[in-house]
Structures are given as C-alpha cells and as structure tokens.
Design a protein around this ligand. Structure first.
Ligand SMILES: Nc1ncnc2c1ncn2[C@@H]1O[C@H](COP(=O)(O)OP(=O)(O)OP(=O)(O)O)[C@@H](O)[C@H]1O
Ligand SMILES: [Mg+2]
Length: 505
C-alpha cells in the first residue's frame, strides 16, 4: 500500500531526501526512503519502534553517512561529512537521546561546539551567558544559564536541549520525540515555539508516537515501516486509522486492553511517607492485582516518591508495610529482596547496559536467584529473554545483539522485561510507554493487565491521561509533592484529574 497525496503547488521543498538507504550489521535500517520538507510546514515522521526514524535524523544531521541516495537543500545537492557541515547548511536537531553534559553549565551545554568567541579566539563567556539567557527566555524556560546541568529535572534538561537546537541559525529544525519527557503544560509551550518557527518559514520535522500531538501540530505526514517510506500526505485529509494501518500494516484495536481482574487483599501499605523537600505525607494501600495510576504534572514529586519507595533516596518520615509486615527499605537491594521493583523514567541512563546483549540485560536483575553458571544458565537466560521479548513485541535482529544498537523504544522494552522477569510483588513503572509505538503500547498494556491478573500489583506513573484513564483501577493525583486526591476507576473523569493536578479545583 502506498499513499502519496499532492502537496499544495506553492510549496517548493526546502529539503529533499531521495532514495536514502542505510544498513547496519544484520539490519537494513533505511531502504530507499524519500522525505520532503517544506518551509513554514511541520512534517510528522511516523513509524513503529525501529522503523528507521532516528536513523534518518542522524543522516540528516551528519552523524551517520548514508549508503545511498541524495540530500538536496534549496535545490542544491549537499553532502554532510560531519555534524558541523549539517549545521552550516542550516539543519539542527533535538535528538531522541540528547547528549548533554552534567558537569557543564546550562549555557555551556547550549553553546558547546559553537560558543561565541572574542578577537583572540577565546570563549566570550559574557556574551555566551547573555545569549543563553535570551534563548531560554524566548522559550519561557525558567532556568538560569549558570546552573549545572546535573541540578536540573528531566523536563528542564529537555528545555536546554531545545534551546541548544535553536542556538544555531537554522532553516530546518528536527525534533525526535521532543515531548516524551514533558507534561501537557510544557507540551503546549513547545507547540508555541513550533508555531513561531513555522511563521519564520522554517521547515520542521516532528517525530512523536502520540497521535493527538501529531494532529495538533503537524501539517503533513510521512510514514515509515521497516525502513521504507509507505505513504505521505496532508493530515487534514487523512484519518488516524489510515495512518495506523500504514504504520503497522493492520489496524490496532485496543490500545488499553484493560482486563478487570479480581482485586485481592492489601499487599502494600504506605503511610505518611515524607521527604524533606520532594514530597509530603503520601499514604495509600495497594492491593493484589491492582493497577494504581499516579498522575500529576512533571515535577509534582511522583518520580521522587517512587525512588524513595525503591530505596534510592531515604524518606524523612513514614512507614511501609508489605503483606502486613513492617519493612525498612534502605537501598534498592532491600526493595528488590522484598519484591518491589522500579522501572525508571530515564531508562537510557539507569535501566540497561548498552554494550551487553539483550538476553543478558533481561536476566541481569534475576541473576541473584539463579546462581548456576555456564551453558545451561545461558540457555535459561535465552529462554527467559525470548518469552519477555515476545510478550513486549520487541523488535531486534537477534537476542544476542547489544541493547545499544536497538531503537529507543525497543531499548525501553528490554528494561521493562528485565524487571518483570524478577517476578516482583509490586512493580513501579515510571512512564511505561513513553516512546513506545501504538502497536507495542497495546502489547505492553495487555501484558500489564495479564500480570495483574496473576496477582502482580502495579504503580503506574504516567503523564498521559488516556493511559491513566485506560489502565488504572484507582488514580492518585499528586501536586507539589502532596496528595491532591484519589479516585476509583468508575469515578474517573479527565477534567477532574487535570484540575486536581494543576490546583484549579
Ligand atoms: N548504531 C546502530 N547499530 C546497529 N543497528 C542500529 C544502529 N542504529 C539503529 N540501528 C537499527 O536500525 C533500525 C532503526 O532504528 P531507529 O533508531 O532509526 O528506529 P526508530 O524509528 O527511531 O525507533 P523508535 O521509535 O524506537 O525510536 C533498528 O532495527 C535498530 O536496531
Ligand atoms: Mg528513534
């Protein structure tokens, strides 16, 4: 199936990629794809995890060299030998795994590689900090240019990445899943920035797995499937079902296949859990088979609370009972031993060992319980990995390839699999489907439901309302570190949750 609709005549392309191919050992990531970007237009690049989106971005920004095909900017063929060459042609990107440096200041991160210099060729710090401050103000980022990056939240780091992309004079701005770490308020801010870039005549390539966003901000779309261009056209003329069919080659029926399971007795009781700065007096019961949604704005203290529950940080007050017994969690090892595991939001950094093969990553967390070594052990590791890979719809050339070679979404599935394999009593999933495509999302949700049916209790932190509404038996809303309310599944209402999260009661 190939759908190509006409683009209005007046729009001469700013950038054309024609017949671009790229292979990695064992994988043809891109097979003669075509993408056209127009001035003042947002083009959405849509495709499943591993479809080749980020690979295209890396070719367009000079990070990878294509094996074949050509790139034409304003009618002239170009060749990007490196990232600087792409920037010189006016192409800038916010990458999916943005590389920022913890030890450097915000301003240094924004201008790394292209800092303003004085006549002697030395970095002009005054000018750099002033320009960084102006850029941050222009995107309404409440961040000082002098702050060390390591002191920023994930959402604020993201704003730094956006400022960095806008710090070069660009005609083409690429955003690879820019909203994955943002709450809806910050997404609105980002969309205003995009609107402004559009009015300035820039061509924007926008990558997201969230259809609401794509329809809200993009004008055109391009769909990739398995490294090939499947279709392109105007979003105003194309329904979501049609795009999903192009993407996965079938229709996806249930994104939230929530199965009502019998909810059992209390597994976990958290009482008065507090932290000196991040959260205060959090109390709730969690029962067998229950999925508790934890909703709130980015920065509401949800992740910090979960990290304390997992022993990464220490609470200043409060108690935890597991199956009626008081337990003291001083470290992640204590939590794991008790049967509580945590899949963090920032999985790239905390979740997987990128150089290690998939199967070893998946069995890593369970190794303590299976101490046998050698061949048999590896066979077991493989069997376990195969089971979870299937259930999570993992797309990889083989289970022996390093996790670092997988697409962003597939890396996340490995980390989720790794923790589920420990067969915990309570699993805390922080933004479980962030960056996961619509088909795989359904697979992850189905798997969550099934495990709940087997008695697993789930705490699901999510900033996506449809996911919270679709999957939760109960929803706890947090605002500014405190509980703003708790709702049962039958009483769930999107507006009420948003009001509780924002404080507009
Ligand atoms: N450096 C690499 N080495 C080996 N294989 C790679 C490398 N980079 C990407 N691949 C493979 O190329 C394919 C496309 O990956 P890519 O990251 O472009 O997908 P994507 O569409 O961005 O997916 P996602 O939505 O999960 O981010 C995948 O099969 C991936 O495993
Ligand atoms: Mg990607």
């Amino acid at each position: 199936m190939s759908v190509v609709q006409a683009v209005p005549e007046s729009q001469t392309p700013l950038l054309e990629m024609r017949g671009i191919s790229k292979s990695f050992p064992g994988v043809k990531a891109l097979d003669q794809v075509d993408v056209t970007l127009h001035p003042g237009t947002v083009t959405a690049l849509i495709g499943e995890n591993g479809a080749g989106k980020s690979t295209l971005v890396k070719i367009l920004t000079g990070i990878y060299q294509p094996d074949g095909g050509e790139i034409v900017v304003s009618g002239a063929p170009v060749h990007f030998a490196n990232a600087e060459a792409a920037i010189r042609s006016g192409i800038t990107a916010i990458h999916q795994e943005t590389v920022l440096f913890d030890e450097l200041s915000v301003a240094e991160n924004i201008f790394l590689g292209h800092a303003p210099r004085n006549r002697l060729g030395l970095v002009n710090w005054g000018a750099m900090n002033a320009r960084a401050a102006a850029l941050l103000t222009s995107i309404d980022a409440p961040i000082s240019p002098y702050t060390r990056l390591k002191d920023l939240s994930i959402a604020h780091r993201h704003l730094v990445a956006i400022a960095r992309a806008l710090s070069v004079e660009a005609r083409v701005v690429i955003m690879d899943e820019p909203t994955a770490a943002l709450s809806y308020k910050e997404v609105e801010d980002l969309f205003q920035i995009i609107e402004r870039l559009k009015r300035q005549g820039k061509a924007i390539l926008f990558i997201s797995h969230k259809f609401e966003e794509v329809y809200q901000i993009a004008d055109r779309f391009v769909v990739f499937r398995d490294g090939r261009s499947i279709g392109a056209g105007m979003l105003s003329q194309t329904g979501q079902d049609e795009i999903v069919r192009m993407m996965v080659g079938r229709s996806v029926e249930h994104v939230f296949p929530k199965v009502d399971v019998a909810i059992g007795s209390t597994v976990l009781n958290v009482s008065g859990y507090s932290h000196p700065t991040e959260f205060n007096e959090v109390s709730f019961d969690l029962r067998r088979g229950e999925i508790l949604g934890l909703y709130g704005l980015v920065g509401a203290g949800r992740s910090e609370f979960c990290q304390a529950l997992f022993g990464i940080t220490r609470p200043s007050a409060g108690t935890i009972e597991l199956e009626g017994r008081r337990i003291d969690i001083r470290s992640p090892a204590d939590a794991i031993a008790a049967g509580i595991v945590y899949v963090p939001e920032e999985r790239g950094r905390h979740g997987a060992v990128l150089q290690m093969p998939i199967f070893q990553n998946m069995s890593m967390a369970t190794l303590g319980s299976t101490t046998r070594v050698g061949f048999l052990h590896q066979a077991e590791e493989f069997a376990l990995a195969r089971r979870y890979a299937e259930r999570l719809d993992l797309r990889a050339a083989a289970l022996s390839v390093p996790v670092g070679t997988l697409s962003g979404g597939n890396q996340q599935k490995v980390v989720i699999g790794k923790w589920l394999a420990t067969r915990p009593k309570v699993i805390i999933l922080d933004e479980p489907t962030k960056g996961i495509d619509i088909g795989s999302k359904a697979a992850v949700h189905a798997f969550m439901s099934e495990l709940a049916g087997e008695g697993l209790s789930v705490i699901m932190v999510s900033s996506e309302l449809p996911e919270i509404l679709g999957m939760s038996d109960r929803v706890l809303v947090m605002r500014e570190g405190r509980m703003a309310g708790m709702w049962q599944r039958d009483g769930l209402d999107a507006e009420v949750l948003v009001r509780a999260a924002t404080g507009n009661m």
